[in-house]
Ligand binder design. Structure first.
Ligand code: ZN
Ligand code: ZN
Length: 430
């Protein structure tokens, strides 16, 4: 029983930490305990330790470990990849020999099919490819994938490191040390940035890992349950325990206690019969399979909403600023829209210029292959008053005096959202 309790606690702790690491930085969890725990582990505890070290040893420990810390936090390194693949491999090496002789042929074949999948998709996600990284050689074509929506992305910004114009939806990654096309996020689990070109592989990595872990838990249960038989009947009274009518907290606690007791006893029974190799791995799998599938569900939501993880935090910033009443939505001038601009007299490859050449308008903005174009411009003001003077770049394309305060994101069109199926096709084919 003690072993089962310890193992459950360890597996739950590992799951919780992984959950916080996976989800804690998402805007949806910004003001929740998950977000707080993430900031606690990533920001507050390290900075507290640094300050403590500064006081106690004049910073000797932190300066000594700074290089290692910098390497772990700011450089590409395979530590997490090795940990992840090591964990998958170790679990497979422990579980499969213990249960193999009990498996039917189709389970064996399915195992042989599912097991290599995470390695394969991780390899594809991790290897560099020309579609993801923005390089001088592919810059012109990468500028033509998405229009600037003038909400999250404005034309004319040059990356100070890469010295290249930033295409819409791109972002510079300080770890990969390059700008990334349709940047989603830098993923430490694959030691690479996920963006156009490899995001789809990451989705398959999540799917295959979730299925493999769930299948591992099922195989452990499948091979051990005949041994367990009906031995768990002796814990029946815990299982069937019902709280007394009325929801007084004490009786609910008793109910929760009885159910957890039953779960621990049940796991303990499996551990006695299957040992750590089958039951221990099965338990870890049982408690962790929802993590990759939960993250996959979040990414399906992002695809449905037509945004990347990077953009979801930008939208969350706008939403917070809108709630503060400092955001104004303006109309874009019709003649600056690409559909009017790129006509017979303006070949598609030409930069945007005024017809009379008197002034350049966003020479950095070629025509794109994207079917939608933004008709809005969103600005935030410091004082919460309607914008009086706008930056020239915005002024040139905005309808004068068209800015009105907006309170909700519902008023703003997301041009990167083509509808769920088209978004999904876009993600899976690029
Ligand atoms: Zn860059
Ligand atoms: Zn990166």
């Amino acid at each position: 029983m003690a072993l089962a309790r310890t193992l459950i606690l360890v597996a739950l702790t590992v799951s919780l930490f992984t959950f916080v690491a996976f989800f804690g930085r998402l805007p949806a969890f910004r003001n929740t305990p998950i977000g707080f725990l993430n900031r606690l582990f990533v920001l507050h505890i390290p900075s507290f330790l640094c300050r403590l070290d500064g006081k106690l040893t004049n910073g000797r420990i932190t300066s000594g470990s700074a290089r290692l810390g910098h390497y772990l936090m700011h450089d590409k390194h395979p530590v997490i990849v090795v940990f992840f693949l090591g964990l998958v491999t170790a679990c497979a090496v422990l579980l499969l020999p213990a249960v193999w002789h009990t498996l039917r042929l189709y389970h064996k074949l399915l195992t042989l099919f599912l097991l290599p999948q995470p390695y394969f998709w991780l390899w594809l996600s991790a290897k560099s490819n020309n579609a993801t990284y923005i390089t001088r050689a592919h810059h012109a074509s990468q500028m033509r994938h998405y229009p600037y929506d003038r909400v999250l992305y404005h034309p004319g910004h040059t990356c100070s490191t890469c010295k290249l114009l930033k295409p819409a939806r791109s972002k510079h990654c300080s770890i990969c040390k390059t700008c990334v096309s349709r940047m989603d996020h830098h993923c430490i689990w694959v030691n690479n940035c996920l963006g156009r070109g490899n995001y789809k592989y990451f989705l398959f990595l999540l799917l295959s890992t979730g299925i493999l872990i769930a299948y591992g838990a099922y195989l452990a249960w499948y091979s051990l349950s005949p041994l367990v038989g009906n031995q768990y009947a002796k814990f029946e009274s815990w299982y069937t325990y019902k709280p007394t009518p009325g929801s007084d907290p004490k009786s609910l606690m008793n109910w929760f206690g009885a159910k957890s007791h039953y779960f621990v006893a049940y796991v303990s029974l499996y551990l006695d019969l299957g040992g750590l190799s089958a039951a221990g791995v099965g338990l870890l799998a049982l408690l962790t399979w929802p993590l990759p599938l939960g993250l996959l569900a979040y990414h399906i939501y992002l695809i449905w909403a037509g945004m990347t993880t990077n953009e979801s935090s930008k939208w969350a910033d706008w939403r917070d600023d809108m709630a503060d009443g400092v955001v104004f939505l303006g109309k874009r001038r019709e003649d600056t829209m690409a559909e009017n601009w790129f006509s017979a007299s303006h070949p598609t490859a030409a930069p945007l210029r005024r017809a009379d050449n008197e002034e350049e308008i966003d020479v950095e903005e070629p025509q794109t292959t994207w079917p939608l174009e933004s008709r809005h411009i969103l600005v935030r003001t410091r004082d919460g008053q309607a914008p009086k003077s706008l930056p020239p770049r915005i002024q040139r394309v905005a309808e004068p005096d068209s800015f009105e305060r907006v309170w909700s994101l519902a008023a703003v069109e997301n041009v990167y959202d083509l509808g769920f199926w088209d978004n999904l096709v876009e993600v899976l084919t690029n």
